[in-house]
Design a protein around this ligand. Structure first.
Ligand SMILES: *Cc1c(COP(=O)(O)O)cnc(C)c1O
Ligand SMILES: [Zn+2]
Length: 557
């Protein structure tokens, strides 16, 4: 990368023989690749080996493969409405053999090492890299030394160990663990993954760009521009530690552009944890070099690279040229996003992955992301069991079955016999005592969104009405504890429903939250405020909305 000298690839070459620079970049025969892809790609299976012409391996797929790449690109379901961002997609990298996007890195690197006859290697890791390498190394018969900072959660350490990897716990920061691992590898002449300076590592991450572009085109063939084979998103967004992911992805998009597969380079959204955000700080100070953070202060160990080195400069240059943003989020914002994504999208992820989503939420709120743009977020991993501090208290219901001394144990009781103890115990989670909330909206997706929010908020019995008449009928027969009312409905609209509710004694005192997408005149606002609480659609992500529901229900008691 520094003097332009070219030479043949070998994984153990870690420096330019001419100038000594450690920054190397792979080049390929792009005309050949283009020609082959246009003719053959449709018949190849959807995994990362389908792009083998642009990977540093000779034989693909290798026998050690565990099904790397080919993860789904999921359209967001509820988040699109909550953020008013209709073209939001999630690249679900949890669905890899080792449950994070580091799976690509290990699959390609181990294949390249195996082709070169190497049988021992070293990694330093905050967890996921070591887990991914451990699995592929086991299959390739390569001995792996993993240097892990002692901050890595026990669950991840044990996962690394079960594959038979030599685990070295380093009681120090991640940056220090990396230095110790590098010294160890040099002493013994072993291959070490050096992140953005290792060719197979960077090359593996390109496949994310290839897959995303191909998948977006498949989902929206009509959105192809000017007859080009594929389309790029407007944004690629990722939670970043050392920055390897976006560096590889950027190279992938550059290659697609060069081959004429896409006509634009996406903007990069680099999201870091506030307590370890050297890139964000440097960007905000207008610097092309980042000052290292010696002691990262975040619970999200996966993202604890304090010294990004030249990787930041490469990303800085990309964002200067093609657009993008560097954003920091707090651990708390990440944990909140983690809950939102699990409850609203059905995606349970590790905190590091949630950092990217917290970043998207922030960037939409700050207007950095425009609502018409196509946004792809890397859901980068889910490797460990949920840690208890993330759930807080009261995350499960406890049912205790009392048994009389002479009663046989439940499993030996005759089938069908009512078990008093069991029924009594279940009554502690009886649903009929839950507050009843009526959702009134003619638009079904809006009802489903509200229903899902309420389901995840707590114990409510949820009723739904699709128009004003049905709403009044339900309210009069068995008055609910709270009504959430849409304003704009055909037939009887929200104003009319409110008037009718307020004029009948049985329903006059039911609290009502009016939700509307429409901007109201001051007159309308005044009229509504006397009878109800007013919320705007799109405010559903705010804690205020949840608090409002809790408060109104308390009052109604
Ligand atoms: C490694 C990792 C990241 C950060 O990726 P980089 O591109 O190396 O900065 C984010 N999320 C998860 C789950 C990871 O394992
Ligand atoms: Zn050189």
């Amino acid at each position: 990368m520094d003097c332009g000298h070219t030479f043949a690839f070998h994984p153990l070459t870690s420096q330019c023989p001419k100038c000594g620079s450690e920054w190397l970049q792979a080049e390929y025969d792009y005309d050949l690749a283009r020609d082959r892809w246009l003719r053959q790609l449709a018949d190849r299976p959807f995994n990362l080996w389908r792009y083998h012409e642009l990977l540093p391996v000779l034989h693909a797929p290798p026998a050690i493969d565990l099904g790397a790449g080919g993860t789904p690109l999921l359209p967001a379901v509820h988040l699109t409405q909550m953020l008013k961002l209709p073209h939001l997609y999630i690249k679900d990298e949890r669905q890899s053999a080792t449950s994070s996007f580091k799976d690509r890195q290990a699959a390609v690197t181990i294949a390249a090492l195996q082709e070169s006859g190497l049988t021992e290697m070293v990694v330093a890791s905050t967890g996921n890299v070591a887990i991914a390498y451990s699995a592929y190394a086991a299959r390739a018969g390569i001995k792996l030394w993993a240097f892990l900072t002692s901050l890595v959660p026990q669950e991840k350490m044990r996962e690394v160990a079960i594959y038979g990897t030599q685990v070295v716990k380093v009681t120090a920061s991640y940056d220090e663990a990396k230095r110790i691992a590098a010294a160890f590898a040099q002493q013994r002449g072993l291959y070490i993954d050096r992140g953005s300076r290792s060719i197979p590592t960077v090359e593996s991450m390109k496949t994310l760009a290839f897959e995303i572009s191909e998948q977006l085109t498949r989902q929206h063939p009509e959105a192809r521009y000017g007859g080009l084979p594929w389309r790029a998103p407007d944004w690629y967004i990722q939670a970043v530690s050392g920055g390897l992911g976006p560096i590889g992805v950027a190279k992938g998009f550059r290659e697609l552009y060069r081959m004429g597969f896409i006509d634009r380079m996406p903007k990069l959204g680099v999201v870091q944890a506030e307590g370890c955000s050297p890139m964000v700080q440097a960007w905000e100070q207008g610097k092309a070099q980042a000052d290292p953070i010696p002691r990262p202060r975040t619970h999200i160990t996966t993202l604890a690279t304090g010294d990004p080195g030249r990787s930041y400069t490469l990303l800085h240059d990309y964002v200067r040229e093609h657009g993008g943003a560097f954003v920091a989020v707090s651990d708390e914002e990440a944990f909140r996003a983690m809950h939102t994504l699990a409850k609203m999208e059905g995606l349970s992820m590790e905190p590091a992955a949630a950092v990217a989503f917290a970043g998207v939420i922030k960037m939409v709120r700050q207007g950095i992301i425009q609502l018409h743009e196509t946004v792809v977020v890397n859901c980068s991993g889910h490797t460990m069991p949920i840690e208890s501090h993330i759930l807080g208290e009261r995350w499960a219901r406890h049912v205790v079955v009392a048994r009389r001394p002479q009663e046989p144990p439940a499993e030996t009781a005759p089938l069908g016999a009512p078990q008093e103890g069991l029924l009594a115990a279940l009554s502690t989670i009886a649903t009929e005592r839950y507050p009843r909330i009526l959702i009134v909206d003619d638009h079904e997706p809006a009802r489903i969104l509200l229903r899902r929010i309420l389901q995840s908020l707590g114990d409510y019995t949820i009723l739904e009405a699709s128009d004003g008449y049905q709403a009044l009928e339900i309210a009069q027969q068995n008055p609910p504890d709270l009504i959430i009312l849409d304003l704009m409905m055909p037939g009887l609209d929200g104003f009319a429903v409110l008037d009718s509710l307020k004029s009948h004694p049985a329903t006059a005192d039911i609290p009502v939250i009016v939700v509307t997408a429409k901007t109201l005149t001051t007159d309308e606002q005044r009229r509504l405020r006397r009878m109800a609480r007013l919320m705007y659609k799109g405010e559903f992500l705010s804690d205020e909305f949840f608090e409002e529901i809790r408060r109104l229900l308390e009052q109604a008691r």
